[in-house]
Design a protein around this ligand. Sequence first.
Ligand code: COA
Length: 333
Amino acid sequence: MSGLATNYQVCIAGTGSYVPEKVMTNEDLAELVQTSDEWIFSRTGIRERRIAAEGEYTSHMASNAARKALEQAGLAAEDVQLIIVATITPDTLTPATACYVQQQLGASSAVAFDISAACSGFLYAMKICKRMISDGAFENALIIGAEKLSAFVNWEDRTTCVLFGDGAGAAVLRRAEKGEGAIVATEMGTDGNLTHLLNIPGGGSALPITQSNVGDHLATLAMQGKEVFKHAVTRMKQAAEKVIERAELKSEDIACVIPHQANLRIIDAIADRLSVPEGRVFVNLDKYGNTSAAAVAIALDEAHRSGAFKRGDHIVLVVFGAGLTWAAACVRW
Ligand code: COA
């Protein structure tokens, strides 16, 4: 490394995603808790979600998504320089899930670590890697959002268990050649005053799981849904506006908006407030529910492979999650 300041453009060279085979429909859930397809679909837009098989871990889903992204990018696993896994459902508290992924892919030259930013993690990872590639420290990076939320859901709580699912999405970032696309603008934010709105209270050092509290569902997701909803709409709208403005564009210039897939009513409210032209907001949460860090990554891959945007188009990714955290990116494809 020369030590000279550099400012390379960074492009997304490939995307991939993976969801487990097992489908759990709203009707299946109605057999577990007092709910209905009508309630779930009308409040959230979710019809079904995927559930990881026994013995299928977050790292396995992450590696499956990563292999597809590497294939599309034409990058061999042994040439990957950096792997970041965004997850709140790691295989183990330590080591990082990214270390298991490095081993599973055979990406033995890569530096690998996790970040924890809940549903915002994939775009946090994108920003970190963009900076590390643009300053010349790395030539490429693999970013992955992967979650096995089924292991951290209270299956007796109808207010949360209907919302979440399992899966993984990945993208290969690399130094862009002349004329290629680029990550044009990014935005991230956090409000640590609102940690209590959405969390997994137990299982960490603050509240370890012991023999006396093991039945209390402390290591499962807890949420104040209405409050989260309000903040999600405000923060995602602001973050998307910022990146569109920084890219010197208007919302009508954006070919595709890919939002965090948590709730269709949140997505509709953002689309409305941003005045995005009809039909330009990508939605797949009906099939997968909220897969936290994986959601926007899976949606990016599906939007890309389905032709929702093409070379030269500008797209906006925008997310929101526990923390509270939020982030957005404007990408010229
Ligand atoms: N099935 C049937 N009834 C349910 C239910 C379910 N799965 N979950 C809750 N209810 C009931 C409640 O008990 C309540 O009944 P009550 O009026 O008798 O007390 C009623 O439905 C309304 O509940 P409420 O919580 O007010 O519903 P809501 O309109 O706020 O919708 C969410 C709940 C969770 C769908 C909504 O708040 C939401 O989507 N929030 C954002 C959550 C999110 O996206 N989080 C992740 C961000 S990354």
